[in-house]
Ligand binder design. Sequence first.
Ligand code: AKG
Ligand code: MN
Length: 200
Amino acid sequence: MSVLRFGGFEIHRSYLDGPAQLDLLAALREVVAQAPLLAPKTPRGGKMSVRMTAAGQFGWISDRAGYRYEARHPAGMPWPSIPEPVLAIWDALSGVDRQPECCLINFYGEGARMGLHQDKDEADFDLPVLSVSLGDDGLFRMGGAARSDRTQSLWLQSGDVVVMGGAARLAFHGVDRIRFGSSSLLAQGGRINLTLRVVT
Ligand SMILES: O=C(O)CCC(=O)C(=O)O
Ligand SMILES: [Mn+2]
């Protein structure tokens, strides 16, 4: 394990070892069995390439009505609770007393990406967002508070955890591409990213 820093981004390389990744994956499979992955629409009607679901009191939703947090899955059920191994990562690395209220689960299949954006639908930007990567490598782009700021990119690998707090909390970031099939964690390939957020 090692820690890298880019601006305010704190990257904990190999934070989760192989057994911890499998343990987390098993817990996430239970979440997805209860709250199926969705293919969200952007507010302008485009289709996101990433599929999403969530755990916690709130899930982050995107559709024609905009971006927001909702207390229920669009199919009507409450989101499953955040699995214990996910909370343990937050407790170890977040540095704050609050507990996460949303664990957004992103699944990147072949060709999926996420454009440069800020996470700004939460109420308190003093609280960090934590990101956990599982499965295939993802090229993570990190910028500054303005979209036009210089960016740096880094391949995130299975087991890496990124803390986006302080100067990085409102920094632009995104995933340019994944290396489909680069990890053996998911038999069918793909990348899972969890982001833990305090919403209210
Ligand atoms: O997949 C990632 O590494 C980043 C995900 C992200 O930025 C988000 O869900 O807001
Ligand atoms: Mn984000």
